[in-house]
Design a protein around this ligand. Structure first.
Ligand code: GLU
Length: 337
């Protein structure tokens, strides 16, 4: 009884403190914003962390506290930003295009009219990792194998299906398709439970390092003959995986494949001042931002405005105008004034 009383007093005192009664009121209310990323061994997770860190440095100025969430990836992030569960998300450029146009995963839901682009980030490549002992040297060799194509909610799932279909392979019939998250795939490959996995990711990434550094020897499988795929999907471009980033992979040469870009998105419902602050801090601290991950080495302020399909959020656009960067934005993506 006595113990219960003390506990409830502590509770009341805590409540009084938390509600600000009897204390000096805080200067301004803190705005919490959440950023959806991907698995913790991908590049989206540290990317969300890099953006949050830069924004949180100016907490006194903006009163914004950004936090990062590990998620299932691009498709999950678009949907969570649209429902208001997340304020921002890292999303593949190809999924951004499909969402805004109501295609692929959004065929039934229709165009995601409130989706807004903020900026583009690092390049990502459709990366196929296979165990050396599974004799997989081309996409054709995946027939009859155990292959992780990506969890529903990830960006890579549709990329894997597209790559397979382009090679005449039906993922539902010609192989055993697994749908686990990218963070789990390296362990399954090392344990011999899958023969290969797809991951659409920037390089270097922790997941690929983990997959290549185990006892089971692994290599990247080139994805070639993609001309028709690139014609049909304007957001895909040829890409190369630099093998020097993964010294334990058994490839001796860089690997041909195709790729997309990571982009940063939000909703039309997120206030202009929040999106303005995030955009301004990333661009004004560009050199510091670039240092935060080796995948950002190729970034320029101009190429961070390429590869977007959703209209630019007015808060971001305000900054681009102030900084004279708006001339790099396609007219059809400029917000309607
Ligand atoms: N591209 C992946 C996806 O959209 C995530 C990659 C990462 O987390 O770096 O699901």
């Amino acid at each position: 009884m006595k113990r219960g009383f003390i506990l409830s007093m502590v509770f009341v005192a805590g409540f009084v403190l938390a509600s600000g009664v009897g204390t000096t009121p805080a200067k301004a209310e803190t705005k919490f914003v959440t950023i959806g990323t991907g698995g913790i061994t991908g590049v989206y997770y540290p990317t969300g962390g890099a953006i949050a860190r830069i924004v949180n440095n100016k907490r006194d100025v903006y009163g914004i506290r950004a936090t990062v969430e590990a998620t299932g990836g691009s498709v999950f992030n678009v949907n969570a930003v649209m429902s208001g569960d997340l304020d921002f998300g890292v999303v593949q450029s190809d999924r951004q295009y499909e969402a805004v146009n109501g295609l692929a995963e959004w065929k039934e839901l229709g165009p995601q009219k409130d989706l807004r682009a903020v900026f583009a980030i690092h390049p990502e490549s459709i990366t196929l990792v296979a165990a050396d002992d599974a004799d997989i040297n081309t996409l054709q060799d995946l027939k009859g194998k155990q292959v992780n194509i990506g969890n529903p909610g990830s960006g890579q799932r549709q990329n894997s299906i597209d790559a397979l279909a382009n090679a005449g392979i039906d993922f539902e019939k010609d192989l055993t398709a697994h749908g686990v998250k990218a963070a789990e795939a390296p362990g399954l490959l090392q344990d011999g439970r899958i023969d290969a996995f797809f991951y659409t990711v920037g390089h270097p990434s922790g997941a690929i390092q983990e997959a290549t550094a185990g006892r089971r020897k692994v290599h990247f499988v080139p994805i070639t003959g993609v001309e028709k795929l690139l014609e049909e999907h304007p957001y895909y471009a040829k890409a190369t995986i630099p093998v020097k980033l993964y010294p334990s992979a058994t490839n001796t040469e860089d690997v041909e494949t195709f790729g997309v870009k990571a982009t940063f998105v939000t909703s039309a419902k997120v206030p202009d001042e929040v999106v303005y602050a995030v955009t301004k801090e990333v661009f004004e601290n560009f050199d510091e931002f670039k240092e935060l991950h080796p995948a950002y080495a190729v970034l320029t302020k101009e190429n961070m405005l390429e590869g977007l399909s959703a209209p630019i959020h007015p808060g971001a656009f305000k900054y681009y105008q102030e900084a004279g960067l708006d001339k790099h934005i396609a007219d059809e993506l400029k917000p309607k004034q």
